[in-house]
Design a binder for this molecule. Structure first.
Ligand SMILES: Cc1cc2nc3c(=O)[nH]c(=O)nc-3n(C[C@H](O)[C@H](O)[C@H](O)COP(=O)(O)OP(=O)(O)OC[C@H]3O[C@@H](n4cnc5c(N)ncnc54)[C@H](O)[C@@H]3O)c2cc1C
Length: 413
C-alpha cells in the first residue's frame, strides 16, 4: 500500500518507520528543510514514563487562575480572543477531576512504558546515534514539605509499576557528583532509574535517514495546504508543489494537524502550549550535569545531551507564536547556573521556543477518522518524544488489523 505521512516530527518519522517495516511504500511530507525542526527540535529529551502525569488535574484550575495575576509563574495563561483557546480550555477543565486525572495519568503511563520498550527495540536494531543517557532521571525538591508532597504524588505511578526510589541529598550527590556544591539547596528527590534522556532531533533525523536508505521518499520544503476528498475518501494531499496521492494518509502534523483536519470537517482538540528551551555547550567546564533532572519546585528540566546541556521550562498559552526574547530565559538560566556554576558556557546558550501539541486529556489521538483512508497519529503534548515510538507501533497495528500490545482506551479523538 502507498502510505503518505503528513508531518516530519518525531511522530511522523516513527510512523513512517513502522509503516515501512510493515512493507508499505512510504512518502513523508514536511514543510521545513529537514525533519524534526519544529517541536521535536528543542524538547527536554526525557524519555520519562516517570513523568507521565496528566496536566489536567484538580490543582490545574487554581494554578491557571493564579497565573492571570502573578507574573513569572511556570505557567503563563493570557486570555485572548481566540475561540479555539476557550473551547479547548473548557474541555481541559472537564478533565480536571481527580478521577479523570488518575485515569488519564495511568493511560499515559501505560503508553509511555510501552513506547520506551518500542524505542529500545528500535535502537537495538538500528544504528541511530542520539546522545542517549540511560542513567535514570532525578526529580528533586527544594524543601522537605514539597518532597513529601512529591512522594505522595508519585505513588500512583509507583503502584502502577514505575521503578523509583526516594533519595537523600547524599545519594543525589552520588547520582550526580556535579551537584556536590549545590546539594545544600536540595532536600531530597525521587530517582527513576529506568527513565532516560536523548536528543529527539538527532534520533528523528537518524531514523529518517534509515527510512530513506530503504526507499522511503521524504518531500521536504513541501507545505500541505489541504486534503482533497471524493466518494472513496481522501483522494490527494494538496501541497505547494502539487498533489500527492496515496492509498492511506496519516496525519502527524503536531500543532498543525487541526488546521488541516478542519479543511475536511474534522475537529481535533489540540491546542499549542509554548515552552522555552536553552541548549548550552559544555565547553571545557568540569562540572556539567551527568544525568537528567527536574527541579520540581521551579519546574525546570535539565538534560545532558553529549557535549551540551538542554534546559527547558514554562507552559504558556500564546497561540501559534514561537517568538522569544532573552528575558524569557532569565529565570531558567539562573536556576541551572545556580545549581551547576561550572556546568556549561552559559554565555553561548542557544535560545529556542516550541509548541507542545496538547489535547485536553494529554493523551494523543491515534485511530481512524470519518474518512476510510485518513488515519490520525497526533496531539502528543508534553511527553510526545516519550510516547511517539509506541504510538507509531499502535498506529501500524491498527492499520494492519493486528491486535495492539496495549489497550487503546483514551486514544480516540
Ligand atoms: C519545551 C518543551 C519540552 C519538551 N520536553 C519533552 C520531554 O522531555 N520529553 C518528551 O517526551 N516530550 C517533550 N516535549 C514534547 C515533544 O517535544 C512533542 O510532544 C513532540 O515533539 C511532538 O512531535 P510531533 O511530531 O507531533 O510534532 P512536531 O515535531 O511539531 O512535528 C510536526 C511536523 O509537521 C510539520 N508541518 C506542520 N504543518 C505542516 C504543513 N502544512 N505542511 C507540511 N508539514 C507541516 C512541521 O514542520 C513539523 O516538522 C517537550 C516539548 C516542549 C515544547
Amino acid at each position: 500500500m502507498k502510505v503518505v505521512v503528513l508531518g516530519g516530527g518525531v511522530v511522523g518519522v516513527t510512523t513512517a518507520y513502522e509503516m515501512q517495516r510493515d512493507g508499505h511504500e512510504v512518502t513523508l511530507i514536511e514543510q521545513r528543510e529537514a525533519v524534526a525542526e519544529e517541536t521535536s527540535w528543542g524538547n527536554a529529551g526525557m524519555v520519562a514514563p516517570g513523568h507521565s502525569f496528566a496536566w489536567s488535574s484538580p490543582q490545574a484550575p487554581m494554578i491557571l487562575l493564579k497565573s492571570l495575576f502573578q507574573k513569572n509563574q511556570a505557567l503563563r495563561f493570557t486570555p485572548s480572543a481566540d475561540l479555539r483557546l476557550w473551547t479547548w480550555s473548557a474541555l481541559f477543565l472537564a478533565q480536571c477531576t481527580s478521577a479523570r486525572a488518575s485515569l488519564n495519568t495511568l493511560r499515559k503511563h501505560r503508553l509511555a512504558l510501552y513506547s520506551q520498550g518500542v524505542l529500545h527495540e528500535t535502537i537495538a536494531k538500528e544504528n541511530v546515534a542520539f546522545d542517549n543517557n540511560a542513567k535514570g532521571v532525578l526529580y528533586f525538591y527544594r524543601d522537605q514539605a514539597s518532597l513529601e508532597r512529591g512522594i505522595a504524588h508519585m505513588k500512583i505511578l509507583a503502584d502502577d509499576g514505575q521503578e523509583m526510589r526516594t533519595v537523600t541529598r547524599e545519594e543525589i550527590v552520588k547520582l550526580d557528583p556535579s551537584l556536590a556544591h549545590s546539594a545544600h539547596k536540595i532536600a531530597g528527590g525521587i530517582y527513576c532509574p529506568t527513565d532516560e534522556t536523548g536528543d529527539c532531533n538527532k534520533f528523528t533525523q537518524g531514523l529518517a535517514k534509515i527510512c530513506e536508505q530503504r526507499g522511503a521518499k521524504f518531500m521536504v520544503n513541501t507545505t500541505v495546504t489541504g486534503l482533497e476528498t471524493g466518494p472513496s475518501g481522501i483522494t490527494a494531499v494538496k501541497t505547494n508543489k502539487g498533489d500527492v496521492k496515496g492509498d492511506l494518509y496519516v496525519l502527524s502534523m503536531g500543532n498543525y494537524s487541526p488546521i488541516i483536519a478542519r479543511t475536511v470537517g474534522i475537529n481535533l482538540p489540540i491546542y499549542p502550549v509554548k515552552g522555552y528551551s536553552l541548549t548550552i555547550p559544555i565547553g571545557n567546564h568540569g562540572a556539567a550535569p551527568t544525568i537528567g533532572a527536574v527541579d520540581e519546585n521551579n519546574l525546570v528540566a535539565i538534560t545532558r545531551m553529549g557535549d551540551r546541556v538542554r534546559v527547558t521550562a514554562t507552559a504558556e498559552f500564546a497561540g501559534y507564536n514561537t517568538s522569544h526574547k532573552p528575558s524569557d530565559f532569565t529565570f531558567m538560566k539562573g536556576v541551572v547556573q545556580d545549581l551547576f556554576p561550572d556546568g556549561a558556557d552559559y554565555d553561548r546558550a542557544h535560545m529556542w521556543a516550541g509548541l507542545r501539541p496538547m489535547t485536553p486529556t494529554n493523551m494523543p489521538i491515534i485511530g481512524p477518522s470519518k474518512y476510510r483512508n485518513l488515519f490520525m497519529n497526533t496531539g502528543h503534548g508534553h511527553i510526545g518524544w516519550t510516547m511517539s515510538h509506541g504510538s507509531a507501533r499502535l498506529a501500524a497495528d491498527m492499520i494492519a488489523g493486528r491486535t495492539p500490545a496495549i489497550p487503546l482506551d483514551g486514544l480516540a479523538a
